[in-house]
Design a protein around this ligand. Structure first.
Ligand SMILES: CC(=O)SCCNC(=O)CCNC(=O)[C@H](O)C(C)(C)COP(=O)(O)OP(=O)(O)OC[C@H]1O[C@@H](n2cnc3c(N)ncnc32)[C@H](O)[C@@H]1OP(=O)(O)O
Ligand SMILES: O=CC(=O)O
Ligand SMILES: [Mg+2]
Length: 525
């Protein structure tokens, strides 16, 4: 660890530390940590307490204590001009080439991701900040593979997703305590880019991941207010879109918007973490077992109800409701498979636009034109906030809590094992989003795969073909897939072994691990 004389924060060396971890930035991180980290830890403790209640048989419902907030008429602060039309948003990790390509992709928004799409190596986190600083200043450039990468004249509006509250930045400590990953990513981006963004006539825009309650939203709101006061920014310079991607947050959408009303830029349906959260929160329940991952789609009633409730809630509050990510990406060298991928994305985007979403996510620049065509056709205005769509909808707790029907198959089990090993190995290598079997896989999608294996074994499920799913059977299957993958992917043997060992632990242990990235992080350089 290195220590400067000007700060109490100690950090691992990195060639770009001089640019990112400046005395001023470290002092700001110190203030954020000192003021907000104890509360973050309390919020994480509250998650554990809530889990105990769920394990004891309680089911979530809309909160009686906040009924007055749901009943009252209020709206979030007016949206800034550059967040009025968000019809297509591309997401991607904070890698330099991806940042340039995403900003140039033709999408309205680019969400630069320190979360699901990022493996939080020290290098990725520090270099990601450099890339964003250069992007904001429009100096970002790259020569790679014989190509020159520069920004176009017109680029997407930049939103940044810091890590979730559960993740820590072990490479930076204060008084022996590791810093919060959320505060580290948020604080550095805000500190380095606030003045530049204000001068450019725009704001500091964020996506906030994996919230489980409106009290967590209140924490973020306090962080934003403190940041605006400390950096001399007008109230509302910071705007955040919250991902509704946990089953508990689905019951507190109004309250989350209310807490953040001066800083809100709406909600987004993070479908993949939402499915993962459903499995995780109901780990102890035999009546909440999900079928094969491939059949838990946005077309199922449970997922439709969640998406429509987000639309209804947001529009009543003058907020955009952004849709989610179809995992299909363009397929190279297989025209028929490529056509199927585009058809899947088209159907998904048509469903979202018809329901009333104000925009959507795509994983790949190749999908931007398709999603834009769908929203141009089905959403003539800049958004659908005043469309009245879903205004009369009545969603009950049961509508959100009834799992989709479907089968657990040998194919589903094998795909989950294969994808989990491949993804964890890539994540340990420093890649947080990868194509596997022509689908985008990231931390959220991989969490579903490994969580399903635990759920099915723990609740003694059988496949449709009659095979009992047991810890011993899964161990054998993981070994077999790992052996095959090592033969197919020479050079990655050690990582595949490491990933298989971690996966075996995750799916066979008695306790459900809350995030695979927590034990994973102990392996990360
Ligand atoms: C559940 C959730 O949280 S969803 C949000 C988080 N997940 C993500 O953001 C995933 C985003 N997508 C990706 O990371 C990528 O598309 C992947 C990993 C799935 C596939 O990437 P690749 O294998 O590089 O795709 P491919 O080879 O087709 O890429 C072609 C070009 O598009 C670029 N590209 C692909 N995806 C993106 C993206 N999301 N943003 C910017 N550029 C991209 C590649 O860099 C490449 O550029 P080049 O031609 O200049 O070399
Ligand atoms: O972050 C998005 C998700 O689907 O998870
Ligand atoms: Mg997510």
């Amino acid at each position: 660890m290195t220590q400067t004389t000007l700060t109490r924060i100690q950090y691992q060396p990195h060639p770009d530390a001089g640019r990112v971890l400046t005395a001023g930035a470290l002092a700001f991180l110190d203030e954020l940590h000192t003021r907000f980290d104890a509360r973050r830890r309390e919020l994480l403790k509250a998650r554990q307490e809530r889990q105990q209640q769920l394990d004891a048989g309680e089911l979530p419902d809309f909160l009686p204590d906040t009924a007055h907030i749901r009943a009252a008429d209020w709206k979030i602060a007016p949206l800034p001009a550059d967040l009025l039309d968000r019809r297509v948003e591309i997401t991607g990790p904070v890698d330099r080439k991806m940042v340039i390509n995403a900003l140039n992709s033709g999408a309205r928004v680019f969400m630069a991701d320190f979360e699901d799409a990022n493996s939080p190596t020290w290098a990725n986190c520090i270099e990601g900040q450099v890339n964003l600083m250069d992007a904001v200043r429009r100096t970002i450039a790259l020569e790679q593979g014989g190509k020159s990468y520069r920004l176009n004249d017109t680029t997407a509006t930049l939103l940044v997703r810091p890590r979730g509250l559960h993740l820590e930045e072990k490479h930076a400590t204060l008084g022996g305590e590791v810093l919060s990953g959320s505060l580290f990513d948020f604080g550095l981006y805000a500190y380095h880019n606030a003045q530049e963004r204000t001068t450019q006539g725009t704001g500091l825009y964020f996506y906030i991941p994996k919230l489980e309650s409106h009290l967590e939203a209140r924490w973020w709101n306090d962080v934003f207010t403190f940041t605006e006061e400390t950096l001399g920014l007008t109230r509302g310079t910071i705007r955040a879109t919250v991902l509704i991607e946990t089953i508990l947050a689905a019951f507190e959408m109004d309250e989350i918007l209310y807490e953040l009303r001066e800083h809100s830029a709406g909600l987004n349906c993070g479908r993949w973490d939402y499915i993962f959260s459903f499995i995780k929160k109901f780990r102890s329940r035999h009546d909440k077992i999900l079928p094969d991952r491939a059949v838990v789609t946005m077309a199922t009633p449970m997922m439709q109800n969640y998406s429509k409730l987000a639309i209804q809630t947001c529009h009543r509050r003058g907020a955009p409701a952004i849709g989610g990510m179809s995992a299909f990406i363009p397929v190279k060298n297989d025209e028929a498979a490529n056509e199927r991928a585009f058809a899947q994305v088209q159907a998904d985007k048509e469903r979202e636009a018809t329901n009333g979403h104000d925009g959507t996510w795509v994983a790949h620049p190749g999908m931007v034109a398709l999603a834009t065509e769908v929203f141009d056709r089905l959403m003539p205005g800049p958004n659908q906030i005043d469309s009245g769509k879903q205004a009369d909808l009545k969603i009950t707790a049961a509508d959100l809590l009834t799992p989709p029907e479907g089968h657990i198959t040998e194919g589903g089990v094998n795909t989950n094992v294969d994808v989990s090993i491949q993804y964890i190995a890539a994540w340990l290598e420093g890649r947080g989003a990868v194509p596997i079997h022509n689908l985008m896989e990231d931390a959220a999608t991989a969490e579903i795969s490994r969580a399903q294996l635990w759920q099915w074994a723990h609740h003694e499920q059988r496949t449709d073909e009659g095979t009992p799913i047991t810890p011993e059977g899964l161990t054998r299957l993981i070994d077999a897939h790992a052996a095959r993958l090592k033969a197919e992917q020479p050079g990655r043997e050690d990582r595949i072994s490491e990933a298989a060992t971690l996966l075996k632990r995750l799916v066979t242990q008695e306790q459900f691990e809350d995030f695979l990235t927590l034990p994973g992080y102990q392996h990360l350089a």
